[in-house]
Design a protein around this ligand. Structure first.
Ligand code: ZN
Length: 262
């Protein structure tokens, strides 16, 4: 009778071997080799002139101050850790000055993310719907204590002083820029229980920025146009510029959205 065999990894490849063959040594060797290569890469990077000069530039840009609390910075930190995002290790947008205390807090959060990821996962909810469909009410009734709410329209209004749903395209760029930075930080830290992104209809640039994220819920407040107009009239929130918003809305695609009634 042939010897029973077992499936195991030899030099990183799944292989059938006799059940009593010891393969751990091979695995350990392959593992150690990979680790040495990686560690050499890190050690070399942190000793490189490129890193020294990037550190100097960021120190200058950040005025020698911790970007969280404003006290004197002690180190230059990778916002997305270099082990997660090797490509961005020298990108100044991914670097920030931190003091030791704030760095400790950040490292602890990252540890939680890596080690308890399965239990605690931040979900991102994109909430769309016509003006008057009840997006804010929906979010207010579903949010938890430690959430982040990014409301596109109220940001636009606070930054421009324009009436609700009027748009300044230069300011739009700044709001998206803020969104980009916000996502970068969220990716590294998973700081919140939920992130709510409120906007009338999906925006292509926002969607592209969100595309690398899993755990995204798309929610559409499915309320007909007339009901929304009546509600807005009742609250004296209706203005003529909303008509074009309503018209644009009708041409948008909500196929991947879960429909809820507000
Ligand atoms: Zn600090």
């Amino acid at each position: 009778m042939a010897k029973p065999s077992k499936l195991t990894f030899v030099n990183g490849k799944p292989t059938l071997v006799p059940y009593d063959q010891v393969t751990r040594k091979d695995n350990d060797k392959a593992y150690n080799q990979a680790r040495d290569v990686n560690q050499t890469k890190y050690v070399n990077f942190y000793h490189s002139g490129l890193w020294r000069s990037a550190r100097k530039d960021v120190n200058q840009r950040d005025y020698g101050l911790c970007q969280r609390c404003g006290s004197q910075l002690n180190l230059i930190d990778h916002i997305v850790p270099s082990k997660d995002d090797w490509e961005d290790r020298l990108n100044p947008d991914n670097l920030q000055g931190l003091c030791d205390d704030c760095h400790r807090v950040k490292t602890k959060r990252e540890w939680i993310k890596h080690n308890k990821g399965a239990n605690r996962y931040m979900s991102i909810n994109v909430v769309c719907g016509l003006p008057g469909s009840g997006k804010t009410t929906y979010v207010n009734s579903h949010k938890t204590k430690h959430d982040l709410i990014y409301d596109y329209d109220s940001l636009m209004q606070s930054l421009t002083g324009l009436p609700s749903h009027e748009k300044n395209f230069d300011v739009h760029d700044y709001i998206i820029l803020f969104f980009e930075q916000m996502l970068r930080k969220l990716k590294a830290e998973q700081t919140f229980d939920n992130v709510w992104i409120i906007l009338t209809y999906p925006d292509e640039r926002l969607d592209n920025l969100l595309s690398p994220y899993h755990h995204i819920n798309h929610i559409l407040l499915d309320v007909d146009r007339q009901t929304c107009i009546d509600r807005l009239n009742n609250d004296k929130r209706f203005n003529q510029s909303l008509i074009s918003v309503f018209n644009d809305f009708e041409n948008k695609n909500f196929d991947n959205f879960k429909r809820v009634t507000g």
